[in-house]
Design a protein around this ligand. Sequence first.
Ligand code: ARG
Length: 458
Amino acid sequence: MKNLWGGRFASGVDPLAWQYNASIAIDWRLAEVDIQGSIAWAKALAQCDVLQQSEMDSIIEGLYAVLAEVQSDNFQLQPTDEDVHTAIERRLTEIIGPLGGKLHTGRSRNDQVASDFNLWLQLAIAQVDEFLRILQTALVDRAEKDMGIILSGYTHLQQSQPILLSHWWLSYFWPLVRDRQRLQELKQRASVLPLGSGAMAGTPYPIDRDFLAAELGFSLVSPNSIDAVSNRDAAAEFLFFSALLAVHLSKLSEGLILYSTSEFGFIQLADAYTTGSSLMPQKKNPDTLELTRGKSGTIIGRLTGLLSTLKGLPSTYDKDLQEDKQPVFETYDNLCMMLPVMTGVLESLQVNAQRMQANMNPSILATDLADYLVAKGVPFREAHALVGQAVRLAEEQNLDLSQLPLKAYQTISPMFKEEVYQVFCFETAVEKKNSVGGTSSEAVSLQINKAKQFIDSQ
Ligand code: ARG
């Protein structure tokens, strides 16, 4: 087969080996950024007189013609197109003639692909960040809309203490803040330009790399050509960011799946985000949430896969690195569905406040009961033990703590007085947690403001 590097080969590549080697099916989506990189490269070559001005003009004009074909889906891929870079150079040369062959002067696909990938990552990061902002807004909207609704919080999936539902919604907001911060940090790493590193030793032409970086919107140029052609940190970090984000979304999904069961009945998912069963007519399954939970596992796998690939490499470029794009592209595609779908689920679900209220057992106020004794001067450890006795007594008599008679309380401690029953109010228990970051209405209102401030500051 004819290809761009065949000069030293006596025989062609085995067809299966050719297919095995080719990456066009995966890296074609780099076409636009590849052309963008080539336009900047042509300008840099002209700046240092490797290309004459007129040659540069023809090359750039040709590249725009190729770009137009790419954007209108009219680019005809050929069986000899090994990857996106060779395909575009092949087409450029068809359009402008042998002059196209001058474009690759001083450049290697090694610095080219690393630059393309970083350029692409910067675009992907901006898109994912926007989806995240919208999802965060949906969570804050829910928190505002559901203000005042109380439910039990759970630890170990056992009822623990009453909380505001808004507080629970916001507990999924802050992990996304950290995710977005991570995304901004990794954006800086993707903003270092490898172009000008050549195959691995640098380029012999006096290319102005700072000019290239400015042309392509990068903030820095890579400081070491050997590192530059093998550096895939930004890709690995993108996968780590995605894996952790997916874990956060999985946790939210699991919470919603649980709360939408008939056993809990706290929320009802909209028909639009559920599916039925082919056999059981009554079923309304939370498939979208299950898929998010499931895909989070797949994304973790892709991170592990890329790290394992990188781990095996010696210095500079090795073909193993071609394995870098598929996991990143697939993960990006997943996120571009996961995030808007999750937003839709949140916006459309119904909350059943009555079920949440009815489900709460007064025993979740046992800590408040201990605090009642603490207010009377009883050391907390002792108060904990005394309330523990009350819990046991109530359980033996098949009562809840609010039903246990005063006499019974007083057999445990004379510190329990008539007003003890005032403790058994979920609202009071919630409002008492007025520490910063706590669940009282005031603290949660402040939290909502902070959340909105974060969104506006991004
Ligand atoms: N398709 C290759 C990749 O994605 C481009 C770089 C090829 N470089 C090379 N020396 N064969 O990694």
